[in-house]
Design a protein around this ligand. Sequence first.
Ligand code: ZN
Length: 220
Amino acid sequence: MSEAQIHSLPARLLAWCGIGNGLRRASGHCGPPAPPATLGRASLAPLKGWREIARGLEGPVVPPAAFRRISGLLRVLRPDAVERGRLALLLDLVGAGRPLEQLADMLPEIAEWRLLLARNLNEAEDLGLVMVASSRVRLSRAGRERLAALEAEGFSREAWLFIERCLRERPEAICSSCAAPNRIHWYWDEFDCRRCGRRNATATGSVVAPPRHRPEPHAG
Ligand SMILES: [Zn+2]
């Protein structure tokens, strides 16, 4: 791979994203605010319980205990853990190697996927985890080892796509005072009713799950 190819990567990806700057600001639009991508030490181990937590969200009305579990999981995954999970997702999707264009098109249900990709691909390259040549990206040996370590810790593609879905979903919580529905996030612990202003604790109220649209990558 030539140096010119390496250095032109961000510009090409940013062109696909249709943006020239403002990456960091835009990438913070969903979920908890995120710092610059790093491979910090925040653990992905809490992901190991994700299937049971997901089962608790299957009905149209989410029991308070199930709400507390998803809320607790999302909050224990602090922004640096979210960054690690997104980097792990990138490494997983790169897998045995893919054209950059295909990678950019893999998760259309995640609105800012291309933004995250551009950002995390730069980071992964800087860390020596991926290599880009002739518009194809593949994992380096260090990348394969890092992905294996992240999987041993608790990461899986399925688990992480569940987290991404939950970070974006807007369930409805019913106000305990006036019964108005309020759009909340799974990770909120309280909200002020949009109708009467009463402060409600989400963990004790009635929460209605949003319609499900499970994100699945389009290609293996
Ligand atoms: Zn109210």
